[in-house]
Design a protein around this ligand. Structure first.
Ligand code: NIG
Ligand code: FE
Length: 411
């Protein structure tokens, strides 16, 4: 006997499994079935497709007027951090830039201080709350970076918390090592810090899935980024990079040269870099919620990347400074409005292509897949981009069990 059947689904969104990330015009193709059925057995998809009366199950959910999709994937977050930075809002109002705030000891460095001060258990509780908010919004696969410890003990503390969260919440999580996020105050020099952290790579390997770096003016140069990526690859890591977020340093070209699994931000990337995406499997992870939150006018040029045949994904970049947004639905809406993405492109960018950016096999709900899916209170799959800023996830189902139920009950 099957466990659960979801019937009368107005629109069933079925991104198709892929070996390589979808590129260019491929992102605009999405399988959407009207009047669909999903059958779940032992936590896995037994059937997903057009309406069928051939199946019986212990439980039935009537999804009349609803959309069903795979659970979403947030492929870039800095979920684990101490403190908060609401006081930076007034500095921003006075016209201080992100890099000026960082230089004055604010920004990332103030979160480093707060992350070092907080105990491991407190850090866990705080991150768990933020993680469960993401889950409530339909996300079941999450990348959670280190990068607010900037020394061995505190980076490992963040990575341990990330693994504990994955275990306790039983979620599919990835844990990049982002110790090259900025140089801590106590470092004697960039070079000394870099050497020490590169020496840590073999020890950190068992806790981290990828090595990540923030390449930016006054943070890490292209040369430093290249050296770190090469050393990380020697230590067995796959690499990724925060590239060209503010200044066009050539981080995207470096990511492609180093065969990075993803290049992130890319707001200021060169035309040459964007053109080269076509012949590479590096996924351009675009973070439009960050551009919005930093109150910038220029967004990453997703249309050029796609017209050039590149692969893109969309993520929140949730962090306490430049993107205090742990609602991926909001990032999807900003992507539609500001990156001019079509609904099909957005859905692929937060499911199958997001999976490729973090080396995950999530993002599809075909026969045999984990039954990780969302029942959305949406008229159709375009509506989520139109009516924005609220939570449209009605039920979140993890391995066949309803773990979030946001339905009204006011009788
Ligand atoms: O991806 N750009 C670097 N890192 C984060 C911001 C971190 C922070 O401001 O605390 C980002 O935007
Ligand atoms: Fe980031």
């Amino acid at each position: 006997m099957n466990d659960l059947i979801i019937q009368n689904i107005q629109e069933l969104i079925l991104p198709q499994p892929i070996d390589k990330p979808l590129k260019g015009h491929e992102l605009d193709k999405l399988k959407v079935i009207e009047n669909g059925t999903v059958v779940i057995k032992d936590g896995k998809i037994f059937y997903s497709g057009p309406h069928s009366d051939d199946y019986e199950a212990k439980e039935m959910i009537d999804a009349t007027g609803k959309v069903v999709s795979p659970a979403l994937i947030d492929a870039h977050t800095h979920l684990i951090f101490g403190g908060s930075r609401e006081h930076e809002m007034s500095l921003k109002r006075q016209g201080k830039s992100y890099l000026e705030i960082l230089e004055a000891g604010g920004g990332i460095l103030s979160t480093v201080k707060a992350t070092r001060e907080i105990s491991e258990d407190e850090l866990f509780k705080k991150a768990e709350h933020d993680l469960l908010t993401m889950v409530q919004h339909g996300v079941l696969t999450i990348e959670s970076k280190s990068g607010y410890g900037l020394d061995k003990d505190n980076e490992l503390k963040q990575l341990r918390v990330s693994h504990r969260l994955a275990d306790k919440c039983d979620l599919d999580m990835k844990h990049p090592f982002l110790v090259f996020h900025t140089v801590p105050k106590e470092a004697k020099s960039n070079e000394a810090f870099s050497e020490d952290m590169i020496n840590l790579l073999p020890e950190v390997k068992k806790y981290a899935d990828f090595a990540d770096i923030f390449s930016e003016t006054d943070v890490f140069s292209i040369e430093e980024s290249k050296r770190y990526m090469e050393k990380a690859k020697e230590a067995g890591f796959k690499v990724k990079i925060h590239a060209d977020e503010i200044d066009p340093l050539g981080g995207l070209e470096l990511a492609i040269d180093e065969n990075a699994i993803s290049a992130n931000h890319l707001v200021a990337s060169s035309e040459e870099g964007k053109a080269r995406l076509k012949n590479s499997d590096t996924v351009a992870v675009l973070l439009p919620a960050t551009t919005f939150y930093l109150d910038k006018n220029d967004y990453a040029d997703a249309r050029v990347m796609l017209n050039n045949g590149g692969a893109i994904a969309i993520a929140t970049d949730y962090n306490p400074g430049s993107s205090v947004i742990n609602n991926l639905q909001l990032a999807m809406a900003i992507a539609a409005l500001k990156l001019k993405l079509s609904p099909n492109e957005v859905w692929n960018a937060v499911t199958v292509n997001a999976a490729k950016a973090i080396d995950s096999d999530a993002g599809t709900i075909n026969e045999g897949d984990k039954a990780n899916l969302v029942i959305w209170d949406l008229l159709n799959h375009e509506y989520i981009l139109y009516h924005f800023g609220i939570n449209h996830a009605q039920k979140v189902i993890k391995e066949g069990k309803v773990i979030v139920d946001n339905e009204f009950n006011i009788d």
